[in-house]
Design a protein around this ligand. Structure first.
Ligand SMILES: O=C(O)CCC(=O)C(=O)O
Length: 209
């Protein structure tokens, strides 16, 4: 049984079937969320903006990020290679909570900090080859959001369909199966006054060594 199939069975009551072997599972209040926890994470992680290549341009990410994982879990996107920093005690605690929900011990996590409504994430799919031997047809991603709720939007470019969830305050959104092949997702900017939000997307990355 693949990690994605196991998570699907464990989260059955939350699963939303998107067709084409794609699914998400959304749970509100899945992990504890309070200011002390967010502060511990923000203060203990080397969060920073990154320069990414977008065609011929170099652009600075409108959010702060930090990549952590087991040794060898190297991650490549937008022309950059990210070597994982070690797990911290605060990250390990969230990883344990995610394992209790999904039945999977994730080996990597990308932390995104959205300082206010101007910070965002553009349309993309987490479909990199290193995210699984069967990528992009069998990828498991578990996304924990702490702090201010933000709109998380998904679109199916071929079917012209959209779905939307509000993620924050300890929510867990799990994406599995072929979701990364067929759907893209984004966190849009907003002019509304919103507080800071931390997002942790747990992934399984093939050892590049
Ligand atoms: O902040 C979020 O909820 C989305 C993060 C995301 O899309 C990603 O890490 O690939």
């Amino acid at each position: 049984m693949s990690p994605s199939d196991r998570a699907h069975a464990r989260l059955a009551e939350h699963v939303i079937d998107l067709g084409e072997s794609s699914w998400v599972a959304w749970s509100r209040d899945a992990v504890p969320d309070h200011e002390a926890r967010r502060l511990e994470l923000v203060q203990s992680l080397p969060l920073q903006t990154e320069w990414l290549r977008m065609g011929a341009r170099r652009v600075e990410t409108p959010r702060r990020t930090s990549w952590h994982g087991d040794p060898g879990r190297t991650y490549r996107y937008s022309g950059r290679t990210f070597e994982p920093r070690p797990w911290t005690p605060a990250l390990e605690r969230v990883r344990d909570e995610v394992e209790a929900h999904t039945g999977t011990r994730f080996d990597s996590v990308l932390v995104n900090e959205y300082r206010d409504g101007r910070d965002s994430m553009g349309w993309h799919a987490d479909d990199e080859r290193e995210l699984g031997p069967d990528a992009p047809d069998d990828i498991l991603i578990a996304s924990v959001s702490l702090g201010a709720p933000r709109r998380f939007v998904m679109r199916h470019p071929v079917r012209g369909e959209r779905r939307e969830w509000t993620l924050g305050e300890g929510s867990l959104l799990v994406m599995g199966g072929a979701t990364q092949r067929h759907w893209q997702h984004a966190i849009p900017r907003t002019a509304r006054p919103v507080g800071p939000r931390l997002n942790l997307t747990f992934r399984l990355v093939r050892d590049a060594r």
